[in-house]
Design a binder for this molecule. Structure first.
Ligand code: MRU
Length: 341
């Protein structure tokens, strides 16, 4: 798999348009902040760490196009708020802001931002590889791993978090397979996870989201690993809508449920998951399929993009520094204090 879905070339942030995959691999060049915000909102680029990396490069675009300092501040603010749930987005923009001293010429700010964006991108790939190494130890030879949504290379700077774990186990020679929940309404599992795994040669089968109970009840999955969009200080975890249901079923059927995420996805400022903002998207995504309306005219739909899995259902949080175990309040606080291992 080529990790070229987020590339800064010359004046342009060049993205692989994830909305069209796997049928078309088309590039979406963004040469200003507004076009990048559109790409993030419409999910041409998506996945928590990937939007963090894209936003970091977006700060370079902001510094290049801003007329003055107030304008730069406005652009950074708009970028930071393009989507609300994944904390990696605001984390990346905040990191950039901290490097910028008022009075620094904008040209110089653009250079500082570019160096930091490259570092954030590189660090995310390295974090994913480390997550893979730690997580692979939790996967046994012969396991079928169920995953929800897409937490692969596309959703990160590269390599992937949940799919990073699966890849690393596969690369270590374990004969594993994957069940990818299709992930309604935007089908990140059926389109993107299946596409990535096929390219890697890892056996993958798609299941409808509502097949999860039957799949687990029949013993077809031995582990669950998903990504995360934001993890509160107590370990409650926001991820793609439907993840909490998967975790509840995994507990019922006694299947270990793991989260794989870099430390940039942990938001220690939030005590628990009830404080995580949940994105609500337009109802058309649910009421229409491929642009064709399937629900009766006038019917509205609930389109929450994420839900929160209570920490009590999570067997471990796989990070680049090791696997955090309950009680997460303590293990998360230790890792942020640097008192770990
Ligand atoms: O709405 P999306 O496609 O951006 O949601 C993505 C997810 O929920 C992923 O599981 C999460 O961001 C982790 S990606 C490594």
């Amino acid at each position: 798999m080529k990790d070229d879905h987020i590339v800064f070339r010359g004046e342009v942030l060049d993205l692989l348009d994830q909305r069209l995959l796997p049928l078309e691999a088309k590039r979406l060049p963004c040469d200003n902040v507004e076009s990048l915000i559109k790409a993030i909102k419409s999910m041409a680029v998506r996945g928590a760490p990937a939007i963090g990396v894209a936003a970091a490069y977006g700060c370079v675009l902001a510094a290049r196009e801003a007329k003055d300092e107030a304008d730069l501040e406005r652009l950074l603010h708009d970028l930071e708020n393009a989507r609300p749930t994944a904390v990696n987005l605001s984390w990346a923009v905040r990191k950039m802001r901290a490097l910028w001293q008022p009075g620094t010429p904008l040209e110089e700010a653009a250079q500082i931002f570019m160096a930091e964006a490259i570092a954030i991108h590189q660090a995310d790939i390295e974090a994913c590889r480390a997550i893979g190494r730690y997580g692979a130890e939790l996967i046994d030879d012969g396991d079928c791993v169920l995953t929800h949504c897409n937490a692969g290379a596309l959703a990160t700077g590269g390599y992937g978090t949940a799919l990073g774990v699966i890849r690393a186990a596969w690369e270590a020679g374990k004969k594993i397979s994957v069940i990818a929940d299709e992930t309604r309404p935007l089908l990140q599992g059926a389109r993107l996870t299946a596409w990535e795994l096929r390219q890697l040669g890892i056996p993958v089968t798609i299941a409808c989201d509502n097949a999860c109970a039957l799949v687990m009840g029949r013993g077809l999955a031995q582990k669950v690993v998903t990504g995360a969009d934001r993890i509160a200080a107590n370990g409650d975890t926001a991820n793609k809508i439907g993840t909490c249901g998967v975790a509840i079923l995994a507990r019922h059927f006694d299947i270990p449920f793991y989260i794989a995420a870099p430390l940039s996805t942990i938001d220690p400022s939030l005590e628990n998951g009830s404080q995580i903002p949940i994105e609500s998207r337009q109802t058309d995504e649910v009421c229409a399929i491929n642009g064709k309306r399937v629900a009766p005219e006038g019917v509205k739909a609930l389109n929450f993009a994420f839900d929160v899995t209570p920490a009590a259902l999570i067997a471990g949080i796989i990070t680049e520094r090791g696997v955090l175990r309950p009680p997460y309040g303590e293990s998360i606080s230790r890792i942020f204090k640097g008192v770990w291992k």
